[in-house]
Design a protein around this ligand. Structure first.
Ligand SMILES: [Zn+2]
Length: 291
């Protein structure tokens, strides 16, 4: 029985790999023909990265070479703009066609050592959402422990430096709390406390927010409303596909960049196909595997 089950699982994995490979081929055809501009008319993408790691097989990391391939793809086919610029376009009702914003969650040290130099080489902007109590700490994240990885976070000096170099720093709570599970008062303390931490360390009040885990169940309507009223400009998830002109900034979908994608073209193909579906973010499937 066990052998049969393993054989079935292996066959399913091969079929899934083949489907992803076909999507890569279809994506290359879509983008090289220029047809993708129709798929992304009045649509934008907000990507969500976590870590860049050349040593470990983390499900939430890509290698330096893979990150460079992502940036090359973004630069070749999209209008890469800061998240703040995308929010301004949404607020003003201006065209968002083909816009793409790059974000990182959590505050990993490799964001500073590897992502920032790669972004600067291409003149691209990104927003870094940091869990403020992780910064400058030796906190070990359980999702890293599960992969046998020792968590390494940026120092406040490094966060200050990337901000000084033109990148944005956003709020991602203090302790990476699940805002769908904690009491309302604790959720507020996590958001306000982290906003104060960044304000104190950087000398500027942060205006961008992303909630931890990013799934449909990881935030409540009450907390989302609080974010909207508290002076923060957005509340992105880590699911939900494409941004539309009518998208609520406080229910903003992001596409997590994970090892699911064999290549950027696979992601581009899958994203283009989301156009017709336009799922309401609230109704989309939760992805609790994404910190
Ligand atoms: Zn996170």
């Amino acid at each position: 029985m066990r052998v049969a089950r393993h054989a079935a699982e292996a066959a399913a994995a091969i079929r899934a790999d083949r489907r992803r490979g076909l999507k890569d081929v279809a994506g290359r055809a879509l983008f090289r023909s220029g047809q993708h501009t129709r798929a992304f008319e009045d649509r934008a993408i907000v990507t969500c990265f976590h870590a860049i790691d050349d040593e470990h097989e983390s499900p939430i990391a890509c290698t330096s070479a893979e990150f460079d391939a992502w940036l090359e793809f973004f630069g070749a086919h999209f209008d890469v703009i800061p998240l703040t610029a995308l929010l301004s376009r949404l607020e003003a009702g201006r065209d968002i066609s083909g816009a793409l914003s790059i974000t990182f969650d959590d505050g990993y040290r490799d964001n500073y050592t590897l992502a920032v130099p790669a972004l600067e080489r291409r003149g691209m902007h990104a927003t870094f959402f940091v869990a403020s109590s992780f910064i400058g700490s030796r906190h070990q994240a359980w999702w890293d422990s599960d992969c046998g990885i020792t968590s390494e976070w940026m120092s406040w000096d490094e966060v200050r430096d990337l901000y000084a170099r033109g990148f944005d720093v956003g709020v991602h709570t203090r302790t990476h709390a699940d805002l769908g599970a904690v009491d309302f008062a604790d959720a507020i303390a996590e958001i306000d406390g982290a906003t104060d931490d960044i304000d104190r360390e950087l000398g500027v009040r942060p205006t961008l927010f992303a909630y931890p885990f990013g799934g449909v169940d990881n935030i409540t309507d009450a907390v989302r409303s609080y974010v909207a009223q508290s002076g923060l400009r957005c509340c992105p998830s880590a699911f939900g596909g494409l941004v539309r002109p009518t998208t609520d900034r406080f229910d903003l979908p992001r596409i997590p960049i994970t090892r699911w994608y064999l290549t950027p073209y696979q992601m581009g193909f899958e994203a283009a196909r989301l156009r017709g579906r336009d799922p309401t973010p609230h109704k989309a499937r939760s992805r609790p595997d994404q910190p």
